[in-house]
Design a binder for this molecule. Structure first.
Ligand SMILES: O=C(O)CCC(=O)C(=O)O
Length: 391
C-alpha cells in the first residue's frame, strides 16, 4: 500500500465518481455546510463538578452524533500511525494468503474470530446483501477503480486492540471513558472495536444502515438502546471519505432505508451530513442513526479507530445478534470477561501517559480488580473479540 505520513495519497492519484461525479461533488459541499450548522462539535468539556457538560449530551441526543475536537495527543497520533504501518505491512498479500509481502506469517491468519474484511477497491461488500442480518438494504454506487488497483483491499479489521497497543491506549482514554459513563451509565460495557481503513481511490463503501439488531421492538426501547461508537480519526475525515449520518434518526426507531433511497432517487440521502474531523478528533455516533460511508475516491486516507460501548442493561441476559460472533446469551461472566479490555486499556494508557489521571471504571473498582498490561496480558487477548457484545 501507498502509505504516507500525512493522510494524503503520495501519488495524488484519485478516481472520480464516474457518471455520478458532478452530483456527488455538489452533495459533499452541501452536506458539509449542513454539518457545520448543527452545533454538535467542540472539545470535551466538563462542569465544575467534573461531569461531562450537559450541553454536549443534549447536542449528542438531539443529533445522534457529536465531534469531540482535539482529543488525541500528537505523540499518540504518531504511535497510531506506526501501528497502522505495521498492520498494513503485515496484511496477507491477498485474501486467503498465509504470508505478507515480506514472506512473514500474515496478520489475521489462524485467528478464530472474524478479523479481516476484504472488498474489491471502491466496492460495497454489504449493501443489498443478506449479510449482517441484511441491515444494509441498498447497494451503494461502486465507482471504477484505477486499472492498477489490486483485486481486493482490506477495509476493516475487527478485534483491533490485539493488533495495536496505541488503539488499546485510545480505548483507555479517560475523557472518552467519562463520556461513555455519562451516556451509558457508570456500569457501561464494551461492544466491539475495529479499524476502518479507507485508502484513497480504493476504500470501500459502508452502505446506509442502522447498527442495532436486538432491541428495536423492546417495550423499553429508546434512543440509547443499542449503544454508540467512538470514531477516533488518525488523519481526520472529510465529506468524501468520512461517515455520513442522518441527524436525529436514532430517535425514530427502525428506518425504511430502501424507501429513503427510493424517495431521494439516489444514495445521496438529502438530510444526511458528513462527520468532518481533523486528526485527533473523535466522533461519538449513536448506533441507531442511519449512517454509512461512500467509496473513497478522494486523495485522502481515512483511518478510524472505532470502539463502542453499551448500557449494561442492554446486554445482560440478552441473546446476542450473531453479527460479530456466534449468538449466545450474554451473562455476567461473559460481560466481565469482555470488560477486561477496559482495564487493560486504562493501564496501558497510564504506562504510556503517566501524567494523565487514569479513568476509574466503576465495575472494576467495586470488585476491587486491577489490571496490568504486560506481555502475558497481551498474549491473553488473542481472539478476544469472540466475546464481543453484539446487539
Ligand atoms: O467507518 C465507516 O465507514 C463505517 C462505520 C460504521 O458503519 C459503524 O461503525 O457502524
Amino acid at each position: 500500500m501507498n502509505m504516507p505520513l500525512t493522510g494524503k495519497s503520495l501519488t495524488g492519484a484519485t478516481v472520480d465518481y464516474g457518471p455520478e461525479a458532478a452530483a456527488m461533488q455538489a452533495y459533499l459541499a452541501q452536506g458539509e455546510q449542513r454539518a457545520f450548522s448543527l452545533g454538535n462539535r467542540g472539545p470535551i468539556r466538563f462542569t465544575a463538578d467534573g461531569e461531562v457538560h450537559p450541553d454536549i449530551l443534549d447536542a449528542y441526543r438531539r443529533c445522534g452524533f457529536y465531534v469531540f475536537e482535539n482529543v488525541l495527543r500528537p505523540e499518540e497520533l504518531v504511535d497510531i500511525e506506526n501501528d497502522l504501518q505495521n498492520i498494513l505491512a503485515r496484511l496477507p498479500t491477498e485474501r486467503g494468503a498465509e504470508l505478507d509481502a515480506q514472506g512473514r506469517p500474515a496478520l489475521g491468519v489462524g485467528q478464530k474470530a472474524p478479523t479481516l474484511f476484504w472488498s474489491k477497491p471502491l466496492g460495497d461488500p454489504f449493501g443489498g446483501t443478506s449479510l449482517a442480518n441484511g441491515r444494509h438494504p441498498v447497494k451503494m454506487f461502486e465507482p471504477k477503480a484505477a486499472d492498477d488497483a489490486p483485486k481486493e483491499v482490506v477495509y476493516l479489521i475487527l478485534g483491533s486492540l490485539q493488533f495495536s497497543e496505541s488503539a488499546l491506549r485510545v480505548y483507555g482514554h479517560p475523557q472518552l471513558l467519562a463520556v461513555a459513563a455519562a451516556v451509558n451509565g457508570d456500569d457501561f460495557v464494551p461492544f466491539n472495536e475495529a479499524l476502518f481503513i479507507k485508502e484513497p481511490g480504493r476504500g470501500a463503501s459502508v452502505a446506509w444502515h442502522q447498527d442495532g439488531v436486538t432491541h428495536w421492538d423492546s417495550p423499553d426501547w429508546d434512543q440509547g438502546s443499542h449503544g454508540f461508537n467512538f470514531m477516533a480519526q488518525l488523519y481526520g475525515c472529510t465529506p468524501a471519505n468520512g461517515v455520513w449520518v442522518v441527524p436525529g434518526s436514532h430517535r425514530l426507531g427502525r428506518a425504511d432505508i430502501k424507501a429513503m433511497v427510493a424517495a431521494a432517487g439516489a444514495e445521496r440521502l438529502p438530510d444526511a451530513v458528513p462527520i468532518v474531523c481533523k486528526p485527533g478528533d473523535v466522533a461519538i455516533t449513536n448506533r441507531q442513526t442511519v449512517h454509512g460511508s461512500f467509496a473513497n475516491t478522494s486523495a485522502d486516507w481515512r483511518v478510524t479507530v472505532n470502539f463502542g460501548f453499551h448500557r449494561r442493561r442492554s446486554v445482560l441476559g440478552v441473546m446476542g445478534a450473531g453479527v460479530h460472533n456466534a449468538p449466545a446469551v450474554y451473562d455476567a461472566e461473559r460481560i466481565h470477561e469482555r470488560a477486561k479490555l477496559i482495564g487493560y486499556g486504562i493501564n496501558a494508557r497510564q504506562q504510556r501517559f503517566p501524567d494523565e489521571a487514569a479513568f476509574a471504571y466503576a465495575p472494576h473498582l467495586a470488585a476491587g480488580e486491577t489490571y496490568h498490561w504486560d506481555a502475558a496480558a497481551k498474549a491473553s487477548i488473542r481472539d478476544y473479540n469472540l466475546f464481543d457484545l453484539s446487539i
